[in-house]
Design a protein around this ligand. Sequence first.
Ligand SMILES: Nc1nc2c(ncn2[C@@H]2O[C@H](COP(=O)(O)OP(=O)(O)OP(=O)(O)O)[C@@H](O)[C@H]2O)c(=O)[nH]1
Ligand SMILES: [Mg+2]
Length: 297
Amino acid sequence: MDWQSLSERVKAGETGAIARAISLVENNFTGAATFMELLDLSTGIPVIGITGPPGAGKSSLVNELVAFWLSQNLKVAVIAVDPSSPFNFGALLGDRLRMSGLFTHPHLFIRSLSSRGSLGGLSASIIETIDIFKHAGFDRIVVETVGVGQSEVEIAGVADTTVVVMVPESGDEVQTLKSGVMEIADVFVVNKSDREGATRFASYLRERTQSGHGPHPPVIETIATQGKGINQLSEAILSQHSSIENRGRKYLLMAEKLGRILARRRMADFNMQEESVKLEQLANKPGFNLYVYAKTI
Ligand SMILES: Nc1nc2c(ncn2[C@@H]2O[C@H](COP(=O)(O)OP(=O)(O)OP(=O)(O)O)[C@@H](O)[C@H]2O)c(=O)[nH]1
Ligand SMILES: [Mg+2]
């Protein structure tokens, strides 16, 4: 494998090379770790996480944002984390982009990642995939995840600007919203603002986010299906991003990323299948202790 030439082709923005690099890294192909060391990871490129409850309109919003940024002649990469959950009643992001005719746009690259089989939900290689996109010169990198359970909190460690999408009806649930979700949002969106109660819910959210000290995330009302509020949303995302860049949080995010890279490295030669075979031999022996065994690995 000529990693140097692959790196150069990715940097030139060759679609085939980008796809190849991602799958080699995903599959932990020998040498892939060294390949990551060749990348030019200029900072300042916004990585935008879009999360929120199932069906809130995340894919519809991503579709509109992508169209908006492409129209500004920007290069956009999108990662759709396949929820593999029973909650998926909206169309998948890929289908939506296909319908809007953007799917084959030369400045757009879409990657679907399965959330299955990884610890904690997000695919383990998501950070590397994002860095390959940075090297390839994308101007905007978007990650859509469904916020069920831990995943919305996790996305905050991967994206540098997190957008939490809600709908007017979320008003009833917001009391019960885990406080974690309130804390990770850099931007709140009240989508489906064509529905009743949107203004009321948006003001309620504003009240809640403007109180107290610390950052005050803006609340943007949108109607994704009519392309309304997209301009404002884009502005809010970019202005939050530059303020994060200017605060110390940038380095906190970097440390979180470092933690993930190290965790992935340490887990690299851990083979669940092999271990289960070994455990079958060991576990029934008297005095077996998983913690003691863990130290031998
Ligand atoms: N009325 C109204 N419907 C919308 C709006 N935005 C999205 N929808 C509809 O809501 C449904 C779900 O939209 P998606 O964009 O697939 O939502 P999602 O959050 O990506 O869904 P999952 O990925 O399955 O969690 C679709 O039928 C959309 O057409 C909006 O602003 N107003
Ligand atoms: Mg979706």
